[in-house]
Design a protein around this ligand. Structure first.
Ligand SMILES: Nc1ncnc2c1ncn2[C@@H]1O[C@H](COP(=O)(O)OP(=O)(O)OP(=O)(O)O)[C@@H](O)[C@H]1O
Length: 262
């Protein structure tokens, strides 16, 4: 028996009503994400990547189709705290310490105090920030701040991690390091990850599945299953023939998807 997908979208549609008229952001999205997959969404600006992630998180309400998250509606999945969400900007409160920021969702959810401290310690160590709990965000580099925001999303042990261009604002060397660390963290925690990016190498390096989207209205152009090994992906795998072939396929998909609306 095969397990039900963690995320399942069928004929998903979303039209925003704006003062300038309707904006058709998502059109007929059909996608299954299985447990433990690392799925990247890539596509030109405005193709609906963030909107789709926000639908999964029940931060937007689709205007058509169905969406199941952990076997329930996105709204119920949110109530069950099925996912952690990492935004492009780390969004840490400057007046709270790193531990205080990571602890915030646990405080809101009413975890017992002793449990809060234990969880904070565990997730800070998962993102290699042990010893930094007492620091304030401004005392950390951009990359470290983003790691703290990942720790915050992991604090309550949701099995889905939604990440919206978490490393987009970082320089390439820091980004490489965080990509490597994220893969290790994914392996250790077995989370299901949905990851939005503009970077082809990042999508190919990280993912088991790459969803190539096309704009106006946002739809899935192609879903590419990565032939790269699931574990043991050193950064230099990016020089391998296999990697370059997948990257080429993604680039071609982006190009062809773009041609859709010309
Ligand atoms: N709340 C909203 N109200 C009206 N239109 C919106 C809203 N949110 C998004 N849109 C529109 O929906 C479309 C998809 O936006 P979305 O942010 O999902 O794209 P994206 O692929 O994530 O873009 P980017 O790569 O630039 O972040 C865009 O045309 C955007 O302007």
């Amino acid at each position: 028996m095969t397990a039900a997908p963690v995320i399942s979208a069928r004929g998903l549609d979303l039209t925003f009503e704006t003062n300038d008229g309707p904006v058709h952001a998502l059109k007929d999205i059909n996608l299954d994400i299985e447990r433990g997959e690392f799925v990247s969404f890539i596509g030109p600006s405005g193709c609906g990547k963030t909107t789709f992630l926000r639908c999964i998180a029940a931060l937007e309400t689709p205007t058509g189709g169905t969406l199941r998250v952990n076997g329930m509606s996105a709204e119920d999945a949110r109530k069950e705290r099925s996912y952690g969400y990492v935004f492009q900007a780390a969004g840490l409160y400057p007046w709270r310490t790193i531990a205080g920021n990571v602890k915030l969702p646990l405080e809101i959810m009413g975890y017992p105090k002793a449990d809060q401290a234990k969880r904070v310690e565990k997730v800070l160590s998962l993102v290699d920030l042990e010893g930094f709990g007492k620091k304030f965000p401004w005392q950390l580099s951009g990359g470290m701040q983003q790691r703290a925001s990942i720790a915050r999303a992991l604090a309550f042990d949701a099995d889905i991690l939604l990440m919206d261009e978490p490393f987009g604002a970082l320089d390439e060397i820091v980004r490489d390091k965080l990509n490597e660390e994220l893969l290790k963290l994914w392996e250790r925690t077995q989370k299901t990850i949905g990851f939005v990016t503009h970077s082809i190498p990042e999508a190919v390096y990280l993912s088991t599945k790459i969803v190539v989207m096309s704009p106006r209205p946002g739809q899935i152009y192609e879903v590419i299953d990565s032939p790269l090994p699931r574990s043991a992906r050193p950064l230099d795998i990016r020089d391998s023939e296999e990697f370059l072939q997948v990257a080429h396929r993604v680039r071609e998909g982006l190009r062809a998807g773009h041609a859709y609306d010309e």
